[in-house]
Design a protein around this ligand. Sequence first.
Ligand SMILES: [Zn+2]
Ligand SMILES: [Zn+2]
Length: 333
Amino acid sequence: MRAWILSEPKPIEQKPLKLVEIPLPKPSAGEVRLRILACAMCRTDLHIVEGEIPLPKLPITPGHQVVAVVDKIGDEVEDIEIGERVGVPWLASTCGECDYCRSERENLCDSGMFTGQHVDGGYAEYMLAQAEFVYPLPENYDELHAAPLLCSGVIGYRALKLAQVPHGGKLGLYGFGSSAHVTIQVARHLGAECFVITRGETGQEHARKLGAVWAGGPDEDPPELLDSVIIFAAAGELVPRALTHIRKGGIVTCAGIHMSDIPEFPYEILWGERIIRSVANSTRDDVRELLHLAAEMQLQPDITVFDFEHLNEHLLALKQGKFKGTGVIRIGA
Ligand SMILES: [Zn+2]
Ligand SMILES: [Zn+2]
């Protein structure tokens, strides 16, 4: 089979990913082998390829928004059939025994493994996954539109839960890429009014088209005080700005896995019980809930489809913001 592998992290401009021919992997007990149909690109793939987050396994095949068909089943696997269409998200496995795992916070498990970081991911023709960490996909989705739900969708959904926007409340979304354009649809479905800050007229236009009541640039302030802000952009300077945009008791949620340093700010903009928090990964329940909601509300990610053979170039296009919505790599049929 063919797989993209990263042996040494480098700027994506230097094409660090290589397409190689390797043997088909065999599923161990508890695992399934998947024939991959599509894998959506995520900014985390860039952080991995460029070495901005720890890389415990090298070489590694990145990719963690995978739509695939079950192709082979290992021992001790139940409730899953060959030929079933499933999704694979970022969370690849947990210990199941620590305090976090036993208190519905398995996303924080110290032994958590992540797809495309600790175990090989979806930029390949086949991969292995823990059977308990793959999910049947809603039938009313094709594989290309289902793929962005698995990280962009799920992380946005978890951020939205942590943002605690009251029904009919005002929510800011700062940065308007893959995850935010899905999250705005879910947020509106759940009754929030959305205000978007993003660079460039194209992104702002896209936000308005998806129902933002206001969209502006990074130097602008929303016209009203917000209940909550989710920051998708990796720019730490947005955190103090967002604090000045929320009312007392409001929450600023940082949804990215990586962010530049947050500049110093006066205590008075945090005063009034304002909260700053991050979102780390997601739980299996987050994935199940989001997939259920997506099917119910007909959530429609905007996608740009790319071929399998030029992954370095497609990730460069993501870095440069050259396409809107989510980039999806078509891999199999
Ligand atoms: Zn654990
Ligand atoms: Zn991701």
